[in-house]
Each structure stands twice: as C-alpha cells, then as structure tokens.
Design a protein around this ligand. Structure first.
Ligand code: FES
Length: 364
C-alpha cells in the first residue's frame, strides 16, 4: 500500500468544477486516517505518472474542511503536464501516490475575524479555511475573490450557499476582470481598510498577491496577521524513486512576497553531537546524537519521527518547524523570508546545527 514514505490512495470521485478544473476525492483507508488528517489550508503532493520521467511530483491544495473526504482541486495550467493529465485522464478507481498533508498556510485561531483573498484557483486552500472557520469558529469572514470572468469562478455555487447559510458571518465579494478590469492597489486598499483588524490569508497569482500585500502593508497590517501562499517550482523528487522530476507548480505555504526573500544563510559548521528535542502532533521526542552531517529532517526520519516534508529541496515549506531553543542554519531556502526567519521558522530539510542544543516544534 505504501512506499517508504508515500501512500497509494484510490480515487473515489472526480468532480468537474469548471471547464478546466476538477476536484479529486481520495479514499483514505482507516489505517492511514491519522496520517492524512489535515489542517485547513494545507496541500498534498501527488505523483503523476509520466512516460518521460516515470513520475511527476506536484502539490495541490486541499479544498475541504477537516473531517470531509480528502479532496484537492486541480485547475489546468497552460502546458502543465500534471494538471492536464489529472483533468483528462484521472478516473474513479485509479490509484495515485500521495504524500501526507503539509504546509503552514493555516489559521492559528478559527475564532479570529478573517479577511480572505483568492485569485483564480487560489480559492482552493482559501475555501478550506473559510468553510472550517464557519463550521468550527465564531469569527466573521469576508472573501475577496478575483477571477478573469464569470466562467472562471470555481466553487461559485458553494460560496453562494455558504453566504446564504451564514448571512451574519460571511460576505463574498466577487471581482471579475472582464467587468471591472484588473484591481489596483488603491482599490484593494480601500476594500481592506474596513477590515484592518482582521487576519488576512491570500492565495493567487503572484501579481495579485503582491497587490494585496502592498495594500495591507500600506494599512499597517502587522506581520502576524498577513499570510500568503505562493506558487513555486519543485525541482526535487519527493517520491525518491525517479531520477528526474519536471519542474512542478506547487501551491505552497509561506508568509509573504517572493521578491523579498532572503538569501539562504551559509551552511554551518557546528560539529555535534547536538541534543535535539522535538514536539510533533502532541508527542515529545528527545535525542542526543545529531552530528549535523545530515539535515535535521533526515536525522529525525532515521529516528522514526514522522516529520512532515514534500520537496526536500528548501523550495516548499512543508517541513517548516519553529525554533524554541538554539538555532540552525539552512543549506538552501527558497521560501522563507526575513520575517519568517525572525519569527524562528526554519526548514528542517535544510537545517544544520548551529548550537549544541536544539528544541523545535512542528505544532506551529
Ligand atoms: Fe520542501 Fe523542506 S520539504 S522546503
């Protein structure tokens, strides 16, 4: 059923959402339910069969709240091999190799008042957050949802139903480029100004997220209330059995604009042994023999710790952990920014020791 780290899941349903987007529902066997438990806003890494490379790794966001059958939404991208394969070829009963849910684009509190932004297929993780907040939280939610035209709107019926069911808590504002043109930073700022005390989550194309980010900054939204999820390329192969993996477009968690990304710090030179304490899903682990020759993620896996990961290349953030004590340097960092680093977030797949003691948590 499972390779060393990935799992073969059966496709239970393929739902056409728009002309170029489908939702894929997976069957999760009872023995793997815990492994595939997810938080709102997280993503899955799928292995899509390819004649050229054997397998292509792609990350797709989960579009449902926890407790519902595991479902991702996949929109075709121009010349995107995997997204077109999934839209054209995947059928009920097929099996797909899948890595467990990962990502840090998830609210800390479901009771917070939320300001949600989605551009096109960026609605996917945002819908998961929105539905979870409405079902399990107490706060108010406003969604600004930008699309090219009416036919591009994904989950439109679902949003209408939710807005009708929660008139006091949910407001959905559609923006259609075909009608209103591209939104400007000033327009987004004017919209956000009424919600300046809320926690913002944004997912969509890079230019859209930049506009939103600039608008929020101009309103002095503090860092801990601004969250973004961006599209990056995976260069590595998280499934471990294919020589080469095509560049993957992934929906991956992060916290701000790519153009502000810091260079990765140089690899450290602290010769262990390092004492490592880890909190993960309510379990506490302690070791005293990390020598730093292998990244923290590999060390933990060798100890049997089910630490999250996807790309293993410092390109996603699936492996992100938070420092509680001590520090690490990273061989490579393509996703975390200066503010993330200042918050103590590190990529465990790239982490090498800087101190003789390290305490981290994956519990966010
Ligand atoms: Fe992707 Fe570490 S697993 S950055």
């Amino acid at each position: 059923m499972a390779t060393e780290e990935s799992f073969l899941l059966d496709v239970r349903e393929v739902r056409q959402e728009t002309a170029d987007a489908v939702s894929v529902v997976f069957e999760v066997p009872a023995e793997h339910e815990e492994t595939f438990a997810f938080k709102p806003g997280q993503f899955l890494t799928l292995g899509v069969p390819s004649d050229q490379t054997g397998l292509v790794a792609r990350c797709y966001s989960i579009c449902v709240p926890p407790g519902e059958p595991l479902t991702v939404m996949v929109k075709r991208t121009v010349d995107g091999y995997a997204s077109n394969w999934i839209n054209d070829k995947l059928v009920v009963g097929d099996s797909v190799r899948v890595l467990p849910p990962a990502g840090i684009f998830t609210p800390k509190s479901l009771d917070a008042d939320l300001l949600l932004w989605a551009g096109g297929s960026g609605i996917t993780p945002v819908l998961s957050i929105l539905r979870t907040a409405l079902a399990q939280g107490t706060g108010k939610v406003v969604l600004f949802y930008a699309n090219r035209d009416q036919d591009s709107v994904i989950f439109g019926d679902q949003l209408r139903t939710l807005a009708a069911e929660h008139p006091e808590r949910l407001q959905v504002v559609h923006w259609l480029e075909s009608v209103q043109g591209l939104p400007s930073q000033e327009q987004l700022r004017a919209f956000a100004a009424a919600y300046a005390d809320r926690t913002s989550f944004c997912c969509g194309p890079a230019p859209f997220m930049k506009l939103v980010s600039d608008a929020l900054r101009s309103l002095d939204f503090p860092r801990d209330r601004r969250h973004q999820e961006k599209f990056v390329s995976l260069g590595g192969n998280p499934f471990g059995d294919v020589e080469e993996v095509l560049a993957a477009q992934a929906t991956l968690a992060e916290a701000d604009d790519a153009d502000e990304a810091d260079e990765a710090p140089a690899a450290p030179a602290f010769a262990g042994p390092v004492a490592v304490e880890v909190e993960l899903d309510g379990t506490h682990y302690a070791f005293d023999d990390w020598d730093g020759k292998e990244p923290l993620l590999v060390f933990l896996e060798g100890k049997g710790v089910p630490a999250p990961f996807s790309c293993r290349e410092g390109e996603c953030s699936a492996c992100a952990c938070m420092l509680l004590e001590g520090d690490v340097a990273m061989d490579r960092n393509e996703v975390l920014e200066a503010e993330d680093l200042a918050d103590g977030i590190r990529l465990s797949c790239q982490a090498r020791p800087l101190t003789e003691k390290l305490r981290i948590t994956y519990n966010g």
